[in-house]
Design a protein. Structure first.
Length: 270
């Protein structure tokens, strides 16, 4: 049944899982993120592909391999690639966030091993079962056209991907990379916790919903998402909005508020 799902639709489903709204695009929009599947890359002319790569883009393994095949690897920061099967290479886990987090690798029967170009940044590393590094799990790059790309080593289409890839920490990790590539986009973005944060522009401000999906209460939380610098209000149980205090640390907003298990905190920033 997986083969009945088009690659483009699967990429859209992945972004929705990350908390980002999506639509099929007919043109490159400055400041917006364009996610490309293998089908998309095959369908574009050379001029159209270069235009897309001059903006912010997300590519999965298949899309990146085709970009390189067509001679545009220099625009995504990848010199060459080769495929590694699970049984042959023994890939086992991925270290993210500077090695502070580890994610098991059961999300793909094969991965793409990338040789980064000069200037490309390996944001995570995939390791074998014996702790031998194999290559980047995610690669970011700013090219000569000013475009920013995020390339992942997995194919966004398999059942394994959707069942195993989206841990809370990998969600936060990927959303940080996507926000850096396209700062104008809004999505889920919480600092160093398994909380979920959803943001929507509301007039001149921003509405935020912070959810605690864990069985433990949260004593405080931080938000790092370029929010307005003015005041904030929270929604009370009675349905009224009341001012809420917060502090700033390195650009992050810290709230010393408790969120009970499976509960939400609703905020408006103005």
């Amino acid at each position: 049944m997986n083969e009945l799902c088009t690659r483009a639709a699967a990429m859209g489903e992945a972004l929705v899982t990350l908390g980002m709204s999506v639509r099929f695009a007919t043109a490159v929009e400055p400041g917006r993120l364009t996610a490309m599947s293998s089908q998309t890359v095959r369908a574009l002319s050379d001029a159209e592909l270069e235009t897309v790569l001059s903006g912010a883009c997300l590519l999965d393994a298949e899309a990146a391999a085709i970009v390189i095949e067509r001679g545009f690897g220099a625009l995504i920061g990848v010199k060459s690639v080769k495929w590694a099967e699970l049984e042959e290479s023994g890939f086992a886990y991925e270290e993210t966030v500077g090695g502070r987090r580890m994610c098991a690798q059961r999300c793909s029967p094969r991965i793409m091993l990338m040789e980064p170009s000069e200037g490309a940044c390996a944001e995570s590393t995939i390791f074998r079962f014996d702790r031998t590094p194999l290559g980047p799990g995610a690669l970011t790059f700013k090219n000569r056209l000013g475009g920013r790309s995020v390339v992942i080593a997995y194919t966004v289409a398999s059942g394994e991907f959707f069942m195993a890839w989206f841990t809370n920490f990998r969600r936060d990790f990927m959303l940080r990379l996507l926000r850096e590539a396209a700062p104008g986009e809004f999505g889920c973005a919480v600092s160093e916790t398994p909380l979920h944060l959803y943001l929507v522009k509301h007039g001149s401000g921003t509405f935020a919903a912070v959810g605690n999906p864990t069985p433990d209460k949260v004593e405080s939380f931080e938000i790092d998402a370029g929010l307005p610098s003015g005041s904030a209000k929270r929604l009370t149980a009675s349905g009224a909005w009341e001012p809420v205090e917060f502090s700033r640390h390195d650009g992050r907003l810290r709230f010393d508020r408790v969120i009970a298990p499976l509960e939400m905190e609703y905020l408006i920033f103005e």
